[in-house]
Design a protein around this ligand. Structure first.
Ligand code: HEM
Length: 311
């Protein structure tokens, strides 16, 4: 399914992207799990866990609205690499190298102190019972819900990994903000998700922020052209260039959803329609580049179909 179809559904059902996200987050979580997971896993061993997690997340979001986005993203980055098993939280030690310093995570994923607070609160009521991976899953659900998004049935009972993925594996698994559509689709396909899933899950960018370094290439040197991405709305481009001047501070932030940065809504998709997607990978969702045919003056009329004419 292409993006146009997703928009049609959005118009028909205002909560459609929410529902998709709900289902797909479950799917992601399901990719690497077995039948031992269940929404009632802690029913007897830690019956208050959901409430405890939600309480800490609520306080954290009240203190800083962006934290909802940061916690949602932590769960995504946990799940996309070898399933949702928590190594994204591990610090490097002499014997274990965690995933935090991999390019998509380094100086980027955040919220660890809130996860620590949740873990302490959970340990206080149920010692050594709830995994960090399950805490991330519950925190992501609470975060989305608390900023107006969907709630989904969180399957629980995950154990935390003792063997994180290598840095190279993390970099190879997580999508890149400068990727084109075929590459993005490839990354999602590698974890069993299709194009429709990719469009829906990208709706996670309805909240949160990105650093200039994540999108400045498209402001000044799109795909090595030395010029801005022609797909960006002109006013939006000027505004982004003013926030992120060439050679400026790479860590300055812009909201991923330019209209409603802290609310889980369909604003992200409307922005894409008006060419105001922040990341190239966002705006690529509206692109037909992967299916568009070459037309003159591009390409050639091949004389022998097995070889290009210049061979
Ligand atoms: C095409 C796939 C994706 C790419 C290329 C991508 C890339 C990025 C990048 C580059 C940032 C900003 C990081 C920074 O500048 O430090 C970001 C932020 C974020 N991403 Fe994604 N992402 C993708 C999919 C997803 C998915 C599937 C979700 C969740 C469902 C998600 C949730 C978020 C959130 C919530 C933020 C903001 C985090 C914050 O403000 O702390 N992303 N993403």
């Amino acid at each position: 399914m292409g993006f146009a179809t997703a928009l049609t559904c959005t118009q028909l059902y205002p909560h459609f992207p929410h529902l998709l996200l709900l289902l797909l987050l479950l799917n992601i979580s399901d990719l690497h799990v077995n039948a031992q997971l269940s929404s009632s896993f802690y029913e007897t061993s830690c019956p208050t866990v959901v409430t405890v997690v939600e309480g800490v997340v609520r306080q954290a979001i009240e203190a800083e609205a962006r934290m909802a986005a940061s916690l949602l993203r932590l769960h995504f980055h946990d799940c996309f690499v070898h399933g949702c098993d928590g190594p994204v939280l591990l610090d490097d030690t002499a014997t274990v190298t965690g995933e935090k310093t991999a390019l998509p995570n380094n100086n980027s994923i955040r919220g660890f102190e809130v996860v620590d607070e949740i873990k302490s609160a959970v340990e206080a009521v149920c010692n050594a019972t709830v995994s960090c991976a399950d805490i991330l899953a519950l925190a992501a659900n609470a975060s989305a819900t608390l900023v107006g998004g969907p709630s989904w049935t969180v399957l629980l009972g995950r154990r935390d990994a003792t063997n994180p993925a290598s840095i190279a594996e993390v970099t190879a698994a997580l999508p890149n903000p400068n990727s084109d559509m075929p590459t993005i689709i490839g990354r999602f396909a590698a974890v069993g998700l299709n194009v429709e899933d990719t469009v829906a899950l990208s709706g996670g960018h309805t909240i949160g922020q990105a650093r200039c370094v994540s999108f400045s290439a498209r402001l000044y040197n799109f795909s090595g052209t030395g010029a801005p991405d022609p797909a960006i709305d002109a006013d939006f481009l000027a505004s982004l260039q003013s926030t992120c001047p060439q050679g400026g501070d790479a860590n300055v932030l812009r909201p991923l959803d330019a209209t409603t940065a802290d609310t889980f809504d369909v604003g992200y998709y409307s922005n894409l329609q008006s060419n105001r997607g922040l990341l190239q990978s966002d705006q690529e969702l509206t692109s037909d580049a992967n299916t568009a045919p070459l037309t003159a003056p591009q390409g050639e009329i091949r004389l022998n179909c097995h070889v290009v004419n210049s061979a």
